[in-house]
Design a protein around this ligand. Structure first.
Ligand code: NAD
Length: 267
């Protein structure tokens, strides 16, 4: 059976040129390239940067099909190969010299007076106040009260999102083979007026992070930002963060090593 491939690209000229080259090479190697994303495809190729990968995973609703990323962006943390490695990619795929890295995700269940909403994040979900004023949140982990947070907000990162915004906020880098969620404060206030943790909290994947508005907060709106995309919710009652059931199957060559990638991209 021929391998059916769907190629997602961002709008850039470079990505489109890589796509054109890849289509010709795949067809020569007897792959079937389709313009339509559906359940019958065997491989999803994503040409762009990390943002393109995140966008594709959301747009196609976390499909089971393996993803492989070709990096035409800047960092390319999720992207496995460079545009000059297309031959190698086809050879490795055809000779089964690859494995699947499961990317886990985080979900936020947002209860408002009117309804319950759900968001899924691949890198992270942030919760922030509706304005530039500091926000005050009561935070518990699976029923155990932890702190009254004061500051800009908090970010709940997945292991693979730990190298993204979480890292810029001073959170730690997590090997994606570990199943956990990392809760990182965004500009926490730590004075005699307000006291809260200034470091990240790491919690096991099976626990729930519960967030409620402080009793004195008059504005009951909050902004939830999943993988950089913001949504404002009004009349918030609570927000619960847990690991989500959605996963992404990233195709990695046998030579892939998480820590080698960290070193090559960050140091
Ligand atoms: P973007 O263009 O703002 O990306 C910012 C940078 O984050 C890019 O260089 C991207 O390659 C990198 N990045 C994304 N995911 C990564 C990961 N898992 N590990 C290492 N680097 C990663 O927006 P985008 O490309 O659409 O990506 C969205 C992500 O950008 C968000 O999920 C958030 O984590 C990150 N972000 C980071 C900062 C910051 O570090 N100050 C600010 C805003 C957003």
């Amino acid at each position: 059976m021929r391998t059916k491939v769907f190629i997602h690209t961002n709008e850039s000229k470079t990505s489109n040129a890589v796509k054109t080259r890849l289509v010709a090479m795949l067809e020569k190697a007897n792959f079937l390239v389709t313009d339509k994303f559906d359940k019958s495809i065997n491989l999803l190729v994503c040409v762009g940067g990390d943002g393109t990968f995140l966008q594709a995973a959301h747009e196609y609703n976390f499909p089971d099909v393996p993803f492989i990323g070709i990096n035409t962006g800047h960092l390319g943390f999720f992207q496995e190969i460079m545009p000059n490695q297309l031959d190698e990619f086809i050879y490795h795929y055809n000779t089964n010299k690859y494995r699947i890295q499961k990317i886990t995700t985080v979900q936020a269940e947002i209860k408002t007076k009117e309804a319950t909403h759900r968001l899924v994040g691949i890198n992270e979900i942030q919760i922030k106040g509706p304005s530039t004023s500091s926000t005050h949140l009561n935070i518990s982990i699976s029923g155990s009260f932890i702190e009254r947070f004061s500051g800009d907000g908090i970010l709940v990162s997945t292991p693979s999102g730990s190298t993204a915004y979480n890292y810029s906020l001073g959170g730690c880098i997590v090997d994606p083979r570990i199943n956990l969620l990392q809760v990182t404060p965004i500009a926490p206030i730590n004075t005699t007026a307000y006291r809260c943790f200034t470091s990240s909290i790491v919690m096991p994947a099976e626990l729930t992070l519960q967030v409620e508005l402080d009793d004195y907060t008059k504005d009951t709106s909050l902004t939830l930002i999943y993988d950089g995309m913001p949504i404002v919710y009004d009349n918030i009652e609570s927000v619960n963060f847990t690991m989500a059931k959605e996963t992404i199957n990233l195709l990695r060559f046998d030579s892939y090593d998480f820590w080698a990638k960290v070193k090559s991209k960050f140091i």
